[in-house]
Design a protein around this ligand. Sequence first.
Ligand SMILES: Cc1cc2nc3c(=O)[nH]c(=O)nc-3n(C[C@H](O)[C@H](O)[C@H](O)COP(=O)(O)OP(=O)(O)OC[C@H]3O[C@@H](n4cnc5c(N)ncnc54)[C@H](O)[C@@H]3O)c2cc1C
Length: 477
Amino acid sequence: MSEQFDVVVIGGGPGGYVAAIRAAQLGLKTACVDAFIGKDGKPALGGTCLNVGCIPSKALLDSSRQFHNLTHSFKDHGITADNAKIDVGAMIARKDKIVKQFTGGITALFKGNKANPVTPIAGFATLKAGNVISIKGHDGKVAEISAKNVILAAGSVPIELPFAKFDNVRILDNAGALDVNAVPKRLGVIGAGVIGLELGSVWRRLGSEVTILEALPEFLGVADPDITKAAAREFKKQGLDIQLGAKVSKAEIKGEEVHLTYADASGEKTLVVDKLLVAVGRRAATAGLLDPSSGVKLDERGRVIVDEHCATGVAGVWAIGDCVRGPMLAHKASEEGIAVAELIAGLPGHVNLDTVPWVIYTEPEIAWVGKTEAECKAAEISYKVGTFPFAAIGRAVAMNEPAGLVKVIAHAETDRILGLHLCGANVSELVHEGVVAMEFHGSAEDLARICHAHPTLSEAVHEAALAVDKRAIHKAN
Ligand SMILES: Cc1cc2nc3c(=O)[nH]c(=O)nc-3n(C[C@H](O)[C@H](O)[C@H](O)COP(=O)(O)OP(=O)(O)OC[C@H]3O[C@@H](n4cnc5c(N)ncnc54)[C@H](O)[C@@H]3O)c2cc1C
């Protein structure tokens, strides 16, 4: 008879591994099945996030930021360093070491819950009727286990364009762009979304000529336009060439080059690059995940259909993270994992998708939580706005980081905070002030009455909250 678990999690990314740990903490007999193979050819937990996403991209963003500061802004501090060089091999090796540390750490965390460790299983899982999971191991052998509850946490994979197939030599997906072994002279990027901007920034800071082609006419349409305008100004100064309304129709590898054909408002154009990153979005990794007998339904985009509690409608089958609706973000996946493990254990698990923060780790960083002005208008919510620039914040100027601003959107009558939008240094941390305030139904007045330390970047949040009622101190209202 197949081994029976209380919970089997399919997928060991930030949704799946976190769900497995929480389920085990709650005393449930838990296994976590994951198919990912790391760079060393061995199974690696951590999913997209730890292996080829959040963590390696931030490692390279940090290395490239240090190099860029050394070659560009250190001189403003009176520091000069002649003949600065970048050793791309060493930079990639540092990134790989960090990845290994964190993916290996999950195995330790699984064992760490000594009374009830999580059982890791390497292989590709398919869910069948009756919560039976068929697992094809990396040696080709197939085994079956079963569970009272199954959590589908299969994540997502990059979308491939039919005319630009990934070879990860010339035409790169996100994993390929994290493993380039020399600075490409010319890098083309299709897609000015989070991944295109972050990975484009890495290689631009190291000296590549980076051209980003975006089919949509608007830059980062999901974010607030005041924020994206401020960011776009800085990206332009950095030499990131972002072309909007540019639809690519062809990408041909010719020798060591990729020849792109695209059209914008002024007609058809060509662009020749040495490497091309295709970053046009991601799709749910549900191919092969579900046997038709499972009864679990997918939507038109291949995502598992779930209700607000991540239940699929099939008894005991749940789904979380990138393979379901909602933002494709690691922290959203993890929160859903915790909520589902708690619901399975009979506790009241819950995720508030309205207060999930978004961050883009460019320079300046972009972050937001809650509604934009456009969303308020569409929902016919009356609102008021307060903004404050980092250029008027002493700490930001002392840090040589005066770019960007903070914008608070509050309800016109109740003053309740509807959104916090930021562009500037370290705003990936500052955005949580808005998350906490919104979780506690806070008002702009609440933020304005809180004493913020001086001198800190958080004073811009304080001043923007004061500006909602036209009483910012360090600017004209
Ligand atoms: C370059 C890049 C940078 C990013 N940066 C950020 C960031 O800074 N912050 C942020 O919040 N998000 C970021 N993301 C997004 C983030 O990585 C995802 O939102 C997150 O990993 C989703 O977690 P998940 O657990 O749902 O899925 P995943 O992390 O994709 O994990 C799913 C796992 O399931 C495995 N799997 C799939 N199907 C099966 C199967 N049938 N059987 C067994 N195993 C299976 C996969 O191999 C994978 O290991 C980034 C993504 C990329 C590509």
